[in-house]
Design a protein around this ligand. Structure first.
Ligand code: AHR
Length: 328
């Protein structure tokens, strides 16, 4: 009876949530009674990666016949917390969320746990001492991504025969997992090699507009001759930086080494044109794996706690002619 009540409530919530949850889109596979109802708190729409990730979740939910209550928090943690609370009161079957930053989730996740609703953390991770607050995590190995970026730089410096390179870093959102780990992995890879000096790290918040601002500031401060390498934590910021460098009459990819992360089509095209030197892949295509987990949970199966998709990197040293369209 309780189960039936939950289903009716969730189905009603799916139909009505556009009105009840600010910015929420209800996309039930069957408006009457989807097999499972997933509440999904997406952190924002700051990048092509994020938009691709949301699309991947929507498509996968449709394919699996699950209802999806989607709330876009527009880069605000308080909105994510409010959305998760709404999902709890609607008694959805599973909560999925991509946390904008790592801390500040213990209370709301304790509420979900007390309500008996499993939580899958997707993409970014949280910092907590209590692993029981979530059922599973699925997302990139961001530390490995940072290392790949650093390893590319070592190879590139060898190929250039460089004696010394000044590196500037444009980082993602402060206190987020990809920001912290992409930085740590990169520093680890180049650590102890005195050919490199990271002269400044500055946050561009994963946004193209801020990537532009950061690059303008860095160019003003150090001049083109003072910067040899730009390591940027995502493609949006890299594309913003690229615009600024080209507007200043420079030839990024040739006069200056550009290293990026993600692999969205526009950046891959720039890599093929020789305007970016390396892109470490971070895939947004997580929807299918998330819905497979939801399905397993619906059948009472255990699911692995930590899950990383396979990822690669694309560099100027690779033959990229056969690379399939990226889709985002
Ligand atoms: O958390 C993944 C990162 O967030 C992606 O690299 C970036 O593009 C997005 O905004």
């Amino acid at each position: 009876m309780k189960h039936f009540f939950r289903r009716v409530l969730a189905a009603l919530a799916l139909a009505l949530c556009a009105a009840l949850l600010c910015g929420c889109e209800a996309k039930p596979a069957s408006p009457a009674q989807p097999a499972m109802v997933v509440g999904f708190s997406q952190l924002g729409a700051e990048s092509g990666w994020r938009i691709g990730n949301t699309a991947s979740m929507e498509q996968a939910a449709r394919r699996w016949g699950f209802g999806l209550m989607l709330d876009n928090a527009n880069q605000r943690q308080d909105k994510q917390i409010a959305a998760i609370r709404s999902f709890i009161s609607y008694q959805v079957d599973v909560i999925v969320f991509s946390p904008i930053v790592e801390t500040g989730w213990n209370n709301v996740l304790t509420e979900a746990k007390n309500a008996g609703i499993p939580v899958i953390i997707m993409d970014r991770m949280i910092e907590t001492d209590d692993d029981d607050l979530y059922t599973a995590y699925i997302g990139a190995d961001f530390l490995a991504e940072g290392r790949k970026a650093g390893e590319f730089l070592l190879k590139k410096a060898d190929a250039m025969g460089a004696e010394h390179l000044n590196v500037v870093e444009i980082t993602g959102t402060e206190e987020s997992t990809p920001m912290r780990q992409r930085q740590a992995g990169f520093m680890e890879a180049i650590d102890g090699d005195d050919r490199f000096t990271v002269i400044e790290s500055i946050s561009g918040d994963f946004l193209r507009s801020k990537g532009e601002e950061c690059m303008r500031y860095l160019l003003d401060k150090y001049g083109a001759e003072g910067i040899d390498v730009v390591y940027s934590h995502n493609d949006e910021m890299t594309l913003g930086a690229l615009d600024v460098l080209e507007a200043a009459g420079l030839n990024p990819g040739r006069d200056m080494v550009l290293i990026s992360v993600d692999g969205q089509q526009e950046a891959v095209d720039a890599l093929k044109e020789g305007r970016i030197n390396c892109i470490v892949e971070c895939t947004p295509e997580l929807g299918e794996s998330v819905m497979a987990m939801v399905d397993a949970l619906s059948r009472g199966e255990e699911i692995p706690k930590q899950n990383h998709p396979e990822e690669t990197s694309f560099t100027e040293f690779d033959d990229l002619s056969g690379l399939a369209p990226r889709g985002y």
